[in-house]
Design a protein around this ligand. Structure first.
Ligand code: AP5
Ligand code: MG
Length: 213
């Protein structure tokens, strides 16, 4: 099963994608996580991506598309995957569509996690992320057992550089201009399903599982 997560920054794409990946035993592929791992390791790609990410802008399609196509061509992706944060522009969606069509394949579902802008800023300022294993928490809604420490791997949790309120505003603007048009794109392909992302995370997950089963 090939699934795309759509939604504003902070809508809960990553939170839900990890749960889907576990339940359906498919890889969770987040372009944001791939960039953050590269930044942490000081790679050339990471340094380039950071320039855009810190401003809340999208990393150029030329850099992003290749990474994603290489990743989905790996062996563990044959039975499917859940994409989180890709595609994010119409050109990215077209490239993915073309690559899949050439393989006689297609996306099964594009799940749009719908959360209004008003709810987003609070979620982002409370988010804490583990750069080592990618787990995410929220200081009020989903706190780790020990403050500032990842439950899964014991590494230190951070506030992402791009989660500062002024950057979140830019990311929301970029989302509305460049990413939201994908809702129409996947609706025309009849694979779009929308869930109410303002519910608690277990209820959002139950709504997604209902769609996927
Ligand atoms: P990326 O890492 O993809 O960030 P994003 O889309 O801005 O989304 P987030 O990860 O911030 O939010 P999310 O929806 O995953 O929410 P989460 O589950 O964490 O991208 C970062 C940057 O990389 C981009 O700005 C861009 O520069 C670059 N980039 C990445 N992909 C790219 C691409 N394809 N093309 C170009 N550039 C690209 O949840 C948020 C918080 O809310 C957490 O604290 C969580 O615990 C909490 N939460 C989740 N669900 C609930 C709930 N139901 N109730 C209450 N709290 C909840
Ligand atoms: Mg995420």
């Amino acid at each position: 099963m090939k699934i795309i997560m759509l939604g504003a920054p902070g809508a809960g794409k990553g939170t839900q994608a990890k749960m889907i990946a576990e339940k359906f035993a498919i890889p969770h592929i987040s372009t944001g996580d791939i960039f953050r791992a590269n930044i942490k390791n000081g790679t050339e790609l990471g340094m380039e991506a950071k320039k855009y990410m810190d401003q809340g802008l999208l990393v150029p399609d030329e850099l992003t598309v290749k990474i994603l196509l290489d990743r989905v061509a790996q062996k563990d992706c044959t039975d499917g995957y859940v994409l989180d944060g890709f595609p994010r522009t119409i050109p990215q969606a077209q490239v993915l569509d073309k690559a899949l069509t050439e393989l006689g394949d297609h996306i099964d579902y594009a799940i749009n996690v719908d959360v209004p802008d008003e709810n987003i800023i609070n979620r982002m300022s409370g988010r804490r992320a583990c750069v080592t294993c990618g787990a995410t928490y929220h200081i009020e809604h989903i706190p780790p057992q020990k403050e500032g420490i990842c439950d899964k791997c014991n590494a230190e949790l951070i506030l992402r550089d791009d989660d500062k309120p002024e950057t979140v505003k830019n990311r929301l603007d970029v989302y509305h201009k460049q990413t939201q048009p994908l809702i129409e794109f996947y609706s025309e392909k009849e694979v779009l399903r929308t869930v109410d992302g303002t519910q608690d995370m277990q209820n959002v997950f139950a709504a997604i599982v209902e769609i996927l089963k």
